[in-house]
Design a protein around this ligand. Structure first.
Ligand code: PRP
Length: 189
């Protein structure tokens, strides 16, 4: 079978769910709330790569209090399905002990990834752990997750863009979108 070769990622988009302006406005609101909530406290932001990278970058620029950073990279998806297993590819470089940790995600879907990350960090006895996610997809949740800061609720559709991928592609779309059906149906790139 001849697979379609994508030349311009925008051509594969069927629908924009949240556009750039909506995202930037919401990111600013979240950053303001975080800045107010953590005034006078040391906070370490931990983006969960790779998906959170773009949201994290924008969030960071709008936070006005002093912060520290650390990073984790985890993955669990193959095509559009969660494998149910979380692979930790990069762990924290600094200890989380006695720190206020804010986990930053692009999307919480089944909740398996963030639950794994949360429990892993908790073992290091931080002072507090909170969760911030741009997107919340509660319809497919398999773990009970308390999301302290979230941008938008999304329906049960496989969304891409603004960091979120399909088979590692489409992270560079500046908006949150749904791809054309034929793209999801192709198994290889
Ligand atoms: C995506 C996303 C979240 C996770 C959410 O990561 O960035 O980390 O899935 O899904 P869940 O709530 O069902 O666990 P993915 O495993 O695709 O890796 P990536 O961040 O490298 O894209």
């Amino acid at each position: 079978m001849q697979l379609k070769k994508t030349i311009n990622v925008h051509d594969d988009v069927a629908e924009i769910i949240f556009n750039e302006q909506q995202i930037q406005e919401r990111v600013k609101e979240l950053a303001l709330k975080i800045s107010n909530d953590y005034i006078g406290k040391q906070v370490t932001l931990v983006p969960i790569l790779k998906g959170a990278a773009i949201f994290f970058g924008d969030l960071l620029k709008n936070i006005t209090i002093p912060i520290s950073l650390d990073f984790m990279m985890v993955s669990s998806y193959k095509n559009t399905l969660s494998s149910g297993f979380v692979c930790v590819e990069l762990d924290l470089r600094e200890t989380a002990e006695n720190k206020n940790i804010l986990i930053v995600e692009d999307i919480i879907d089944t909740g398996i990834t963030v639950d794994c990350v949360y429990e892993r960090i908790k073992l290091q006895k931080p002072k507090s752990i909170k969760i911030c996610s741009l997107l919340d997809k509660p319809s497919r949740r398999r773990k009970i997750i308390n999301i302290d800061y979230f941008g938008f609720e999304v329906q049960d559709k496989f969304v891409v863009g603004y960091g979120a991928d399909f088979n590692e592609i489409y992270r560079n779309l500046p908006y949150i979108s749904v791809l054309k059906n034929e793209i999801y149906e192709e198994k290889e790139f």
